[in-house]
Design a protein around this ligand. Structure first.
Ligand code: IPM
Ligand code: MN
Length: 368
């Protein structure tokens, strides 16, 4: 197995660069403790790239990503670029093209509420006592995000907007395999989300997921309509293990889960393409939260989501499972020791309020 890995580091905007600094320190520590080397190349993306080059995703950034084993992504966007034409805004002009260009069809979003952080969740504590751990598997390169036609046009004297939801059976099949495989390694329960009572897409989605299920007899499958899922997830999050959803529904439900989990600042994500054959994937790893312009530059952002994204990268793209476990363990310990950035601080005596740098260092020091 290789022990040298190339990483395209795209810190982006807002809190991106601050939390990325913590992630880089973690990589340095892993490199020391595990005897592996990481070659990190920083490139521009999002608003930072617009300011420097006029566009949100320079050719040179794509090229570096193509030459790398994985992309470590921060966050993009902010008020400064919100009034630009939609196609060059950081989110639409950088994130979506990166996903499409690299065929990153499988988006894994773990929504983990640590037992010690249930108080940070807006859900009543008795419904989440002991915390929960739900994995959202979202299809990321199809559905209504990318279907054509997609336009705003003039018809009979008024504007008409068109978005098209398209799923091919093969697209549903490959994301279903990702979800079943993940469930088989966890608690063997999978909930598939659709709107089969209204959408043709829902009928096909359900049919294909049922067919794939036959290959995973150990995994218990159930189906929920997306509207019902939105209610059930908030009412009884502990009952869910893996949730599989089409692109748009997964976008919405994963934000709901993030909110229920307590802090967006804690949640990582992985966007994966096809397996390279050795069980490893090219992937893009990023915090679930955004660029948080309101707190950018103050040194108070929670670096944990970015650091846990490093852990996912080590596991899925590099096969460094021990190193990933070491990072996850250090994050758990730092929470148990009471370290809290502002987003998860509630002021009790056993908590120590810290900033981005202090939190990152505390985690680095706990990695062995
Ligand atoms: C996400 C984001 C993106 C999405 C936006 C920024 C395009 O909300 O990653 O969930 O809708 O996929
Ligand atoms: Mn989203």
């Amino acid at each position: 197995m290789s022990n040298s890995f190339k990483i395209a580091v795209l810190a982006g905007d807002g809190i991106g660069p601050e939390v990325m600094a913590g992630a880089r320190q973690v990589l340095d520590k892993i490199s020391e403790t595990q005897g592996v080397s990481f070659e990190c190349e920083e490139k521009l993306v999002g608003g930072a790239a617009i300011d420097a080059t006029g566009g949100p995703l320079p050719e040179d950034t794509i090229k570096t990503c193509e030459e790398s084993d994985a992309i470590l992504f921060g966050s993009v966007g902010g008020p400064k670029w919100e009034s630009l034409p939609p196609e060059i805004q950081p989110e639409r002009g950088a994130l979506l093209p990166l996903r499409k260009h690299f065929g990153l069809f499988a988006n894994l979003r773990p929504a983990v509420c640590f037992p010690a952080l249930t108080h940070a969740s807006p859900v009543k504590e008795d419904r989440i006592a002991g915390g929960f751990d739900v994995l959202c598997v979202r299809e990321l390169t199809g559905g209504i995000y990318f279907g054509s036609p997609k336009s705003i046009e003039e018809q009979d004297g008024e504007k008409v907007a068109i978005d098209t939801m398209v799923y091919r059976a093969s697209e549903v099949e490959r994301i279903a395999h990702v979800a079943f495989t993940a469930a088989a390694k966890r608690d063997c329960r999978l909930t598939s989300i659709d709107k089969a009572n209204v959408l043709q897409n829902g009928i096909l989605w359900r049919e294909v997921v049922e067919r794939v299920a036959a290959e995973y007899p150990d995994v218990k499958l159930d189906h929920l309509y997306v509207d019902n899922a939105a209610m059930q997830l908030i009412a009884r999050p502990r009952d869910f293990d893996v949730v599989l959803a089409p692109n748009l529904f997964g976008d919405i439900l994963s934000d709901e889960m993030a909110m229920i989990a307590g802090s967006l600042g804690m949640l990582s994500s992985a966007s994966l393409g096809k397996s390279k054959g050795d069980g490893l994937y090219f992937g893009m790893y990023e915090p679930s939260g955004g660029s948080a312009p309101d707190i950018a530059g103050q040194g108070i952002a929670n670096p944990i989501a970015q650091i846990l994204s490093v852990s996912m990268m080590l596991k899925f793209s590099f096969g460094l499972n021990d190193a990933a476990d070491a990072i996850d363990g250090a994050v758990r310990q730092v929470i148990d020791k009471g370290y809290r950035t502002g987003d998860i601080y509630t002021g009790s005596d056993d908590q120590k309020k810290v900033g981005t740098v202090e939190m990152s260092e505390a985690i680095v020091n706990l990695i062995s």
